[in-house]
Write a new protein. Structure first.
Length: 219
């Protein structure tokens, strides 16, 4: 099984949606956009894309041979050919169909982190994923909270800490922070998470995309 330290951001985000008692995954309808943001953050962490604020200014083939990252990068390069410079906001509009949760749900199932059961609803098959360890979300959330507390003054100093900062920003953009860090005890972590959702380029792009979607839905 992949360790928490090396698991892709998208897969950590999916596991953070596991209910604490049953382990059943409850994915918000906004999650395709969040997972697309996780793919962008992963490429940025790996040096496959370079950023200047909201702009994607460079592309470099990823060092791994994973079947997902090269496809996302190819999509970004095509977007860049049609629109220069490509922005994170534009990329997010292009990526959700390719960077959807299903790829990572299947990977987590193959790794033994999830189980999947198929049911029928109105005559159509419906899959339900469950975390093998119901405490998985709490473990990931606790690790992120510890990283944010440790780096509150100095900022991230290691690749693992930088990954946790990116994950925290995506947690804030997806509005998972109140569920993961409830009550007065979680308030410092919620504040740190929301600040990163505003300040980190990729998380900020995800937040803007979801805010636009919510505004349109309420209009």
């Amino acid at each position: 099984m992949t360790s928490f330290d090396t698991r892709p951001l998208a897969e950590d985000l999916l596991l953070l949606c596991a209910e604490p008692t049953t382990g059943r995954l409850r994915l918000p309808t906004t999650f395709p956009t969040v997972i697309a943001g996780a793919a962008l953050a992963e490429l940025h962490l790996g040096g496959a894309i370079t950023l200047d604020g909201r702009r994607i200014t460079g592309f470099r083939p990823p060092g791994d041979r994973d079947g997902f990252a090269p496809g996302v990068l190819a999509e970004l390069e095509r977007a860049g050919e049609a629109r220069r410079p490509t922005t994170l906001d534009h990329a997010l509009r292009k990526l959700p169909r390719r960077a959807g949760p299903r790829y990572h749900l299947d990977r987590l199932t193959e790794q033994g982190a999830l189980t999947v059961a198929t049911h029928r609803f109105l005559g159509l098959p419906h899959r339900r994923w469950t975390a093998v360890r119901p405490d998985t979300a709490a473990l990931i959330a606790g690790r992120v909270a510890a990283t944010l507390a440790r780096t509150a003054d100095s900022g991230p100093a290691t690749p693992a800490e930088e990954r946790d900062h990116q994950l925290a920003g995506l947690i804030g953009a997806a509005r998972l922070d109140r569920r993961l860090y409830p009550g007065a005890a979680g308030a410092p972590t919620r504040r740190a998470v929301r600040q990163l959702a505003r300040s980190l380029p990729v998380a900020g792009a995800v937040k803007r995309a979801l805010d636009r979607r919510r505004s349109a839905a309420s209009a």
